[in-house]
Design a protein around this ligand. Structure first.
Ligand SMILES: Nc1ncnc2c1ncn2[C@@H]1O[C@H](COP(=O)(O)OP(=O)(O)O)[C@@H](O)[C@H]1O
Ligand SMILES: N[C@@H](CCOP(=O)(O)O)C(=O)O
Length: 308
């Protein structure tokens, strides 16, 4: 049997709309992500279990992990014998934590291992991005590649091998707070402007290229000083109850950056010490999340998708 874990991720990472994403590892060791198990069976079987399984459509055909299995059998490994594929759905849906990407990445990585198809990294990433695009309202790689490869990834169609890994300060801590309600990614994409002005396009290019270069040259504080989301956050913040209050309250507790993870409603902070992250997490627990929400202090998951 093959058992694969794929981690949650922060899409956009503030400065890189659709182009920069980071995989998350809670520092308490919690596995914040989906697990897919593939084993031999008499006939193809799909099982969806886990804390958030009941939030997904009851019909297997509407489940991305099942769709990955069907596609894999039809187009990648037609001679693969029957399997049982179980998705343990551990991430909330519509959370801004790359939940759909997580299921897709775990499913294809597990199937590739089980069938020994040895797809190249780029082939797998393309396949994964195709499926993520089905539900999110746009083809973007900023959950797929960090989830699959780990770390912080500058990613997209134009980029050689689809992704370049960027370093971060290993003293940075990220607080990820899911408030407990969902926001559909396609809906959160529909509120964005369809076009950017020349000024805004140039500024976006400058910010992302400078941020990436500063990280690559180890100038981490300078990178933080220009880390802000001028593209998506202003349009999405009004959709997320409590975000504006959190954004203005958290710097006092040591948050260097407060922004939206992916399409939201998860909020993330970047903090330069564990103490600051703990203070931000305490505030978020008291003021941002409801009974269905959660908050994790994280560093980056440098391993990405792996066999357990
Ligand atoms: N295995 C799956 N994991 C997550 N979402 C799935 C899965 N299968 C189907 N879906 C559907 O895809 C959509 C995902 O919504 P989206 O807002 O894009 O989630 P997220 O931002 O968390 O990835 C939902 O309509 C959900 O029902
Ligand atoms: N770049 C995408 C990221 C969506 O992430 P998700 O976790 O909300 O699916 C966007 O901002 O739309």
């Amino acid at each position: 049997m093959i058992r694969v874990y794929a981690p949650a991720s922060i899409g956009n990472f503030a400065v890189g709309f659709d182009a920069l994403g980071a995989a998350l590892a809670p520092i308490d060791g919690t596995l914040l992500g989906d697990v897919v198990e593939v084993s031999a069976a008499e006939q193809d079987t799909f099982v969806c279990s886990g804390d958030y399984a009941h939030k997904l459509p009851a019909n297997a055909e509407e489940n991305l992990a099942y769709q990955c299995l069907i596609h894999f059998k039809e187009h990648v490994a037609p001679t693969m014998p029957a399997v049982k594929l179980e998705l343990k759905k551990n991430l909330p849906i519509g959370s801004g934590l790359g939940s759909s990407a997580c299921s897709v990445v775990a499913a294809f990585a597990a199937l590739d291992k089980f069938a020994e198809t040895n797809l190249s990294q780029e082939q797998l990433i393309e396949l994964m991005a195709d499926f993520e695009a089905i539900v999110s309202g746009g083809r973007h790689y900023d959950n797929i590649t960090p989830c699959y490869l780990g770390g912080l990834q500058l990613t997209g169609e134009l980029i050689p091998n689809k992704s370049i890994s960027l370093p971060v300060d290993n003293q940075w801590y990220y607080v990820a707070a899911f408030p407990g309600f969902s926001l559909n990614t396609a809906k959160a994409r529909s509120v964005l402007p369809k076009q950017l002005s020349m000024h805004d396009s140039v500024e976006f290019a400058q910010r992302l290229s400078a941020f990436s270069s500063l990280l690559l040259t180890g100038r981490f504080d300078a990178a933080l000083s220009i880390m802000s989301d001028e593209i998506a956050e202003p349009h999405r913040a009004p959709l997320i109850q409590g975000f504006a209050e959190a954004k203005s309250a958290l710097p006092e507790f040591g948050a260097e950056i407060v922004s939206i993870s992916g399409a939201g409603p998860t909020l993330f902070t970047v903090c330069k010490s564990l103490e600051a992250a703990q203070k931000c997490a305490a505030w978020l627990n008291d003021n941002y999340i409801n009974e269905q929400g959660f908050c994790h202090i994280c560093q980056l998951d440098q391993l990405g998708t792996r066999q357990l």
